[in-house]
Design a binder for this molecule. Structure first.
Ligand SMILES: C[S@@+](CC[C@H](N)C(=O)[O-])C[C@H]1O[C@@H](n2cnc3c(N)ncnc32)[C@H](O)[C@@H]1O
Length: 398
């Protein structure tokens, strides 16, 4: 509330000093709000047959309790790590139940960052980031691949097309699974890409049944990475590669620095994380799970355009939504939707949390204390079984 009040003050001061810009901002906001409402009514991204925020009311019960319970388990809301570790599964599920439509509206069907080049649009960078990971996995056409924490399946559909593989997406969020499967059907790829509900901390799938696995910005939600990676290890065939992008703090992060600590607390609140860890945690967990770690490198320094560029607050059409004024106006629009029952109770609170997540990611990126793109490539020891591949190509040829 305090943050909103100070943003409101800032907005008033800014509007008084910039009346012409304030008028433009008001027009842009009304237009953007109408666009949001229109998108929500038809189901965001044009998939009218899938669910959308519009019917969240019927799909998420006790949404107000869930959003405030979510906030309270986080340090910013007075909670602590023990509370978050006690029930990470439901904490993360609450987060995605109330934030998925914002993600889809603001980001698209792939919920991750990317290394960027000036010549690329954000969607182009996102796809290249996915293809580049697929390239590291030594996949062969016809392989069966596991996507660990698959979102609504944007990466799964892209990688399936790119590498000519079938992908099973594992996700604990029912809503994302339903939306992702509806999109796969609409895009005619349901035979190659299937999303299934399940917990990556306890994977209920046959052992040694996948030729490869990847996790894109998902296992940061795991309360225990070693357990999670051990589950992935179990379902991979010997010789198979597990690759991913991890969220970690860098060597520049200093836990005794109050500014750093505040930023990391904000990242955890705004992104559904139980905690944040260093890169060494990823390598240690992969090794403890039994993998041979081939490489583990932070790609952020290689990005010509900073990965956090979408969150740079600027008074431009693109950057306006992340300025204090833009955040306030969007929050007012969402609160109004909540008031008239168009959005469920608690949506505005989740929007505030997401805004904190965006601004703290931006700050962390600028300071270089955090990266969402620690790329790891690890292999399950053993020779690649040729039998599975041969029999599959025979059946494809038949
Ligand atoms: C930031 S999203 C990334 C999604 C996807 N990899 C992408 O890039 O679009 C994290 C995903 O991990 C999933 N997830 C979190 N905890 C999980 C768990 N315990 N089991 C399975 N999926 C989980 C979330 O539901 C969400 O879909």
């Amino acid at each position: 509330m305090l943050a909103l009040a100070s943003a409101f003050n800032e907005a008033l001061v800014w509007a008084a000093a910039n009346p012409a810009l304030a008028t433009v901002a008001a027009v842009v906001t009304v237009a953007a709000s109408l666009q949001v409402v229109a998108a929500l009514l038809r189901g965001s991204n044009g998939y009218s047959h899938t669910q959308s925020l519009f019917d969240l009311n019927s799909r998420v019960s006790s949404s107000k309790e869930r959003s405030s319970g979510y906030t309270k388990t986080h340090t910013v809301g007075g909670g602590n790590l023990d509370e978050r570790l006690k029930d990470t599964f439901n904490m993360v599920n609450d987060y995605y139940d109330l934030s998925t439509d914002f993600y889809m509206f603001g980001w698209g069907q792939s919920f991750h960052f990317a290394t960027r080049y000036p010549e690329e649009t954000l969607p182009e960078s996102i796809r290249r980031h996915e293809y580049s990971l697929a390239n590291r996995m030594q996949l062969e056409a016809g392989d069966r691949v596991l996507d660990v924490g698959c979102g609504v399946g944007g990466p799964a559909r892209n990688i399936s097309r790119f590498a000519d593989v079938s992908v099973v997406g594992l996700n604990n969020n029912d809503y994302q699974v339903k939306r992702g499967n509806a999109i796969a059907a609409a895009e005619g790829v349901a035979d190659k890409v299937q999303l299934v509900k399940g917990n990556f901390m306890d994977i209920d799938m046959p052992e040694e049944s996948f030729d490869g696995a990847y996790a894109i910005e998902a296992t940061c939600h795991a309360p225990d990475r070693t357990k999670c990676f051990s589950e992935v290890f179990k379902v991979l065939k010997p010789g198979a590669t597990f690759a991913g992008y991890e969220w970690v703090f860098t060597d520049k992060y200093d836990a005794s620095n109050p500014e750093h600590k505040k930023i990391m607390d904000g990242i955890e609140l705004g992104n559904g994380l139980p905690t944040t860890t260093p890169a060494s945690d990823v390598v240690d967990a992969l090794t403890a799970a039994g993998f041979e770690v081939k490489s583990c490198v932070d790609l952020a320094p290689t990005s010509q355009v900073p990965w956090y560029q979408p969150f740079v607050p600027e008074y431009t059409v693109q950057g306006f939504k992340t300025t204090p004024v833009g955040i306030l106006l969007t929050n007012l629009a969402v609160s109004a939707m909540e008031l008239v029952g168009l959005a469920p109770k608690g949506t505005a609170e989740m929007h505030t949390n997401l805004s904190t997540g965006a601004s703290t990611l931006y700050e962390a990126g600028q300071l270089g204390i955090f990266t969402p793109m620690l790329q790891f490539v690890a292999v399950k020891p053993g020779a690649k079984g040729q039998a599975g591949r041969k029999s599959r190509s025979r059946s494809r040829a038949e």
